[in-house]
Design a protein around this ligand. Sequence first.
Ligand code: 3PG
Ligand code: MG
Length: 368
Amino acid sequence: MRVPVLEDLPDLDGRRVLLRADFNVPLQDGAITDDLRIRAALPTIGWLQERGATVTACSHLGRPKGAPDPKYSMDPVRRRLDELAPGVELLENLRFDPGETANDPVFVQRLIEGQDAYVDDAFGAAHRAHASIVGPPQFLPSAAGRLLAREVEVLLGLRTSPKRPFVAVLGGAKVSDKIGVIDALLDVVDALVIGGGMCFTFLKAQGHSVGASLLEDDQVDTCRRLLEGGKPIHLPSDITALGPNEEEVRQLGVDLPDGWKGLDIGPGSAAEFSDVILDARTIFWNGPMGVFEDERFAAGTRTVAEAVAETKGFSVVGGGDSAAALAQFGLDDDVDHVSTGGGASLELLEEGDLPGLEALRKAPNAGK
Ligand code: 3PG
Ligand code: MG
């Protein structure tokens, strides 16, 4: 069965639609620092309103512990949504109720009360089997919104029909978080490029000394297995490291002295990674190459971001950190697709499906 889309909904004129969005936006001192996830829902909201529907939106924000917490109030989101899409009601943070993450049937019934249809546009949360994601499609005619449908089309397209060469660039702190997706990507990519904190566990597996860098000792064997798997895996050949005095910064080779902490790939590695990216016809990038929030360790991520923006190939960026890096360097308009999902985009690449999609495929209007 396929995932129903907006056109599969019954006539919505004068009807009420519950919209699950992912308005889990970054906040600083109560102000939204990036409203991408709100703007990303506008095409779906517009479509519903044009058809005469009254839209009630709902979302989680942060990770409150199943009880109201003013820090995670939806108020800032509600104000922004009101500017961008007047006339949409927004429920309070779904995770203020323990029934949301517990997928409690009673909470589901409260959510759908008085609603005639359900639309899921919360791609970033589609990997969570929570009440607002998997509950309503059991009862209401349901559909994937435009954002969810587009994310799925792009990301599944990477798995099934990438133009080659297809190169995935992965960064971020932990190998253990990404083993599943690395395994899955190695089946479909032509080459994998690895930077960020997790490169040190790979370098260690090659017999290098990693100084005081991030290291997951229990993943070294796994990294060795991946390196011996036959697909090219590009690792850094130089490192920008912070000295034991926490002040001195040096460009070093891949064998770091005791006490030195690798916090970015070096300029040689950045140039090599760039060449691989520029030669690719499909690029997927997730995770920064270093601690880019600190200008001393931003160069590797900047060079990779520039190559991803510049490549003539089809470029997809997933994950909050990489998207934030792109925005910081002013390059977010230069890639083909910036995913609104972090964990969701990785899980979709890994599994080829998500709980939110499965639920929509079982909706009463999904057809056989
Ligand atoms: C995200 O920001 O990754 C999504 O909104 C999901 O949030 P969660 O990881 O707290 O479930
Ligand atoms: Mg997350």
